[in-house]
Design a binder for this molecule. Structure first.
Ligand code: VGL
Ligand code: ZN
Length: 197
């Protein structure tokens, strides 16, 4: 079975200076670039929100970034405006290699956030990535990128649930770590059978 590298959201807005900066987010770029040659397939994801997306605090009058809101699909963290389609913030980090096989965009549905590369946060709208990986004969998925506790976490759990042997290279990830989100993400990935390296 073939082995895919899944590079999550290494975009300007998640790097220092960006709208939703992950501390040290840019530091992982050289390591990820170097890893790419070792895989049969490289898939990059891009957080890709329309302006006014429902995960933005600015879309909820009276709410502040990093607060919570209840959506029809469950609890949702409210974020600063970030990764708006076509903006500099939504572009990949300028040093990231983008000569991968597939770029998958997520979070484009105005009403639903999408942390995972496989499913939107309603856990039922499929991005098609599982079908792509299966069609390419992929058995193992290695996940790297940003942020460990959100998009990397949910992508890795969904990859494992979809039946792929899944590992996360923590050195090639950085997290936001809000209210213990890093520790709970680590627990949840372990419980899903994800190998943490
Ligand atoms: C992410 C929060 C909001 C991520 C994306 O890439 O981890 N986090 N949108
Ligand atoms: Zn987002």
């Amino acid at each position: 079975m073939a082995h895919a590298l899944l590079v999550i959201d290494v975009q300007n807005d998640f790097c220092p200076g960006g709208a939703l900066a992950v501390p040290g987010g840019d530091a992982i770029v050289p390591m990820i670039n170097a890893m790419m040659d070792d895989f049969d397939a490289v898939i990059l994801t891009q957080d890709w929100h329309p302006a006014g997306h429902s995960s933005f605090a600015s879309a909820h009058p009276g709410k502040e970034p990093f607060g919570m809101v209840t959506m029809p699909y469950g609890e949702q963290v409210l974020w600063p405006d970030h990764c708006v389609q076509g903006t500099h913030g939504a572009a990949f980090h300028p040093d990231l290699r983008t000569d991968g096989d597939l770029i998958i965009r997520k979070g484009y549905n105005p009403a639903i956030d999408s942390y995972s590369a496989f499913f939107e946060n309603d856990h039922s709208t499929n991005t098609g990535l599982d079908g792509y990986l299966n069609s390419r004969g992929i058995g193992t998925v290695t996940v790297v990128g940003l942020a460990t506790d959100f998009c990397v976490h949910f992508s890795a759990v969904d990859a494992a649930k979809a039946g792929f042997e899944t590992r996360v290279i923590l050195d090639a990830c950085r997290g936001l770590d809000m209210d213990g989100s890093h520790a709970s993400a680590i627990d949840s990935m372990k419980n899903a059978g994800v190998t943490l390296a």
